[in-house]
Each structure stands twice: as structure tokens, then as C-alpha cells.
Design a protein around this ligand. Structure first.
Ligand SMILES: Nc1nc2c(ncn2[C@@H]2O[C@H](COP(=O)(O)OP(=O)(O)OP(=O)(O)O)[C@@H](O)[C@H]2O)c(=O)[nH]1
Ligand SMILES: [Mg+2]
Length: 366
């Protein structure tokens, strides 16, 4: 049986996983490989899936819980991707607040699916600003239990990819590499900028050739882990906005800036708030991965009468408060000239992680 290479890319919310998957998928396809992607979230209506599908990539979504709590859903997803596209490579992105993947995903995959899959080392992406704070024993603006998840993700990794290296000078990058190596000696440390495409060749070489997946099992306190997830309110919404707007980019910018300012004023730490504004083929994307200065916008949605807006927010507050605040901001920005039609709207608090499998021994493969 022809084996499919499976590359799992974890890491905290906003670390750049989807950006890396997108850029890597394109490179692999340019080498003539057939590539499938699997995204994951606590609820459907994902900006990530929408973005990846816009690049004509084949995407399967596992939503409703993380991969580890829905192992069978993950297996169905990779089988569907394989069947539909005869994929040579599958790139998979777990929820950014998920950890203990080695025990709950990597070991069961090696145990049950070794004949079908060649599993790459577990890569964990890290945002350098957050990582620097975590390495200094701080919580990177997050609740200490959310910071605990960030640390555990790195602790169980086979390979740490320091992402967003375009934001660091050479000296700062060398220092971060040295500190990361000292703190997480089990992992290979590589650096990249998923956004600008640097460092990806070396990472792709490692994950396309190595099979030392899941070399380490975590010691983890599930109460702290569950609380670290539960401090984040989660909101996924899809809206159609009707009414004439001469500049949807400016509208999206105002939406993201207003949200950022409200979260900062209230002292609600942001995991990741992302929005895609789609006006037919044209689209713009906004991302907020912390306080207001982390806000970025790209793409162009132009002008027009109808806009599809998908909004995913993971913010440290209750889901009810997150819903109230986002609805309030939307109402302000819609004013009298725009009308909203809600296509989907969910807000929730992630439930306690309850893995389908949890192996307590490393599975060795030939
Ligand atoms: N400067 C810089 N920004 C990056 C890089 N990679 C990703 N980003 C930005 O980081 C933000 C988050 O990127 P995503 O790829 O959505 O992050 P993610 O890890 O998939 O986030 P979740 O799915 O919410 O966990 C976006 O604004 C990206 O443009 C990078 O190499 N450099
Ligand atoms: Mg993502």
C-alpha cells in the first residue's frame, strides 16, 4: 500500500500554522505532489478552511472538538482526503489551544495506521514574542493556565519551528534559538518566516524525510490544561452584510481596530481574532494575535453591495461577554447603511479535553 506522509503542525493560537500550511502546500504541489489539508476547531465556520479553499486546496475540517477528543473524526478526515485526492502528503493543523498530541494522536496513529501513514516529527510553531516571555517565566499576557498549554506544546514537540523570524534581527534570533534549545533539549530547533517563505526548505526537508514522530510523552495535569482552555471564550460567526460600501478594506480595518481597542481596554487577552471579508473573488483578511499593535490586514475586498464576513475570535473572557462585545461593535459599525444577515453564529467555552485514546508508552515503528 502506498503510504501518505502526514505532517502535524501544532502550536499556540496565532503562531502561524495556517500560513505555514498554505505556503508549504504550494511548494509541495510545485514538486508534483498531491497535497491534502485537515483543519480543526471547536466549532465550524473557520476562517482557516475558507482561506485554504480559496487557494484551491483540498481541505477537510474536523470541527466540534479537537483532534485528540475526536480521533475517529481525524481518521475519517484523512481517509476522505486520501480517497478524494489520492494525497501524497497531508498537512494537519490541530486547534491552537490543544496539547498532549503525542499521547493522544501521534502514538495511536503509529499504532493503528502505520501501514498507511508515514508520520513526520511533531512540529510545534512558536511566535517569538510570546515564546520569549514564556522562556522568561512570564505568561505572555495570557492566563497562567493558558501559558501552561503553550509550554506543554513545546515540551512534547519533536521539532520546534521558531516562526515570524522576519520580526527579529540576527542577534535576537540567535539568542532565542539558544534559549529554546536549552529549555527544550528534546526538540530540533529550526527558524522560519512562513509569511515570507524563508526557512521553509529546511523544515520541509526535515518533515518530508524524518519519521521520528512522537518521541516524548507529556506529564500533564488535565485540570490545569482544561482550565487553560476554558479561560478562552470562543466565537465563530458568518454574516452577509448588505448595503453599499465604497471601501470594504477600510470597514474591516475599523472592525478589527475597534475590537482590538475594546479588548485591550477591558484587559481581555487575545489568543487570536481573525476575520475574512469576501466580496466575490476579492477578499481581505484581518488578524489580531495579542494587543492592538499585533493587528495586521492584508488583501483587498474592494467596494460593492454584499460582503461575506467570517469572524473567529478566541479571547480570554466568557463566551457570553465575547458575544455581547462583538455584537455591540458590529451594530456600531453597520450603522444605518448596512444590514446584517446571520448565516451562522456560535459562541462557546471549550469543554474539558477527553481524549479518545491516551497512550502511556511510546510506540516504536520499523
Ligand atoms: N510577521 C510574520 N507574521 C506571520 C508569519 N506567519 C504568520 N504570520 C501572521 O500571524 C497571524 C496568524 O497566522 P495564522 O497562520 O492564522 O496562525 P495560526 O497558528 O494558524 O492561528 P490559529 O489557527 O488561530 O491557531 C497572521 O496575521 C499571519 O499573517 C511570519 O512568518 N511572519
Ligand atoms: Mg490556523
Amino acid at each position: 500500500m502506498k503510504q501518505t506522509r502526514l505532517i502535524m503542525v501544532g502550536g499556540f493560537l496565532g503562531a502561524g500554522k495556517t500560513t505555514l500550511l498554505w505556503e508549504s502546500a504550494i511548494r509541495l504541489m510545485q514538486q508534483g505532489l498531491r497535497v491534502g489539508l485537515i483543519t480543526n476547531d471547536q466549532a465550524p465556520e473557520l476562517v482557516d478552511s475558507e482561506l485554504l479553499r480559496r487557494q484551491a486546496l483540498q481541505v477537510a475540517e474536523v470541527s466540534g472538538s479537537c483532534f485528540c477528543c475526536n480521533f475517529n473524526g481525524f481518521v475519517e478526515a484523512f481517509q476522505r482526503v486520501k480517497a478524494e485526492g489520492a494525497a501524497d502528503v497531508i498537512l494537519a493543523e490541530p486547534v491552537g489551544s490543544c496539547t498532549d498530541l503525542s499521547a493522544t494522536i501521534m502514538q495511536p496513529l503509529k499504532h493503528y495506521w502505520n501501514a498507511e501513514l508515514r508520520i513526520a516529527p511533531l512540529t510545534v510553531l512558536a511566535d517569538p514574542m510570546r515564546l520569549n516571555a514564556i522562556l522568561s517565566g512570564e505568561s505572555a499576557g495570557l492566563h497562567p493556565d493558558a501559558a501552561y498549554i503553550f509550554r506543554k506544546q513545546l515540551e512534547e514537540s519533536d521539532l520546534i519551528l521558531l516562526n515570524k523570524c522576519d520580526l527579529l534581527n540576527e542577534e535576537a534570533l540567535a539568542e532565542l534559538k539558544a534559549r529554546t534549545t536549552a529549555a527544550f533539549p528534546q526538540a530540533t530547533i529550526l527558524a522560519a518566516s512562513a509569511l515570507h517563505g524563508t526557512g521553509l526548505t529546511e523544515w520541509l526537508e526535515a518533515v518530508m524525510s524524518r519519521t521520528d514522530a512522537g518521541k516524548r510523552l507529556l506529564e500533564i495535569d488535565y485540570d490545569t490544561y482544561a482550565h487553560g482552555e476554558a479561560v478562552l471564550g470562543w466565537l465563530n460567526g458568518t454574516l452577509m452584510l448588505h448595503g453599499t460600501c465604497s471601501d470594504w478594506d477600510a470597514w474591516l480595518r475599523r472592525l478589527m481596530e475597534t475590537l482590538a481597542t475594546r479588548f485591550d481596554t477591558k484587559g481581555y487577552a487575545v489568543g487570536h481574532v481573525k476575520a475574512i471579508a469576501e466580496n466575490g473573488k476579492a477578499y481581505a483578511v484581518g488578524n489580531l494575535t495579542g494587543t492592538r499593535e499585533t493587528l495586521t490586514l492584508r488583501g483587498h475586498a474592494g467596494a460593492g453591495e454584499d460582503l461575506k464576513l467570517i469572524l473567529n475570535a478566541r479571547v480570554e473572557t466568557t463566551p457570553e461577554e465575547l458575544n455581547r462585545l462583538i455584537k455591540e461593535v458590529l451594530a456600531e459599525l453597520l450603522g444605518d447603511t448596512l444590514r446584517e444577515e446571520v448565516l451562522a453564529w456560535r459562541f462557546l467555552q471549550p469543554g474539558r479535553p477527553n481524549p479518545t485514546h491516551r497512550f502511556t508508552q511510546i510506540v516504536s515503528i520499523q
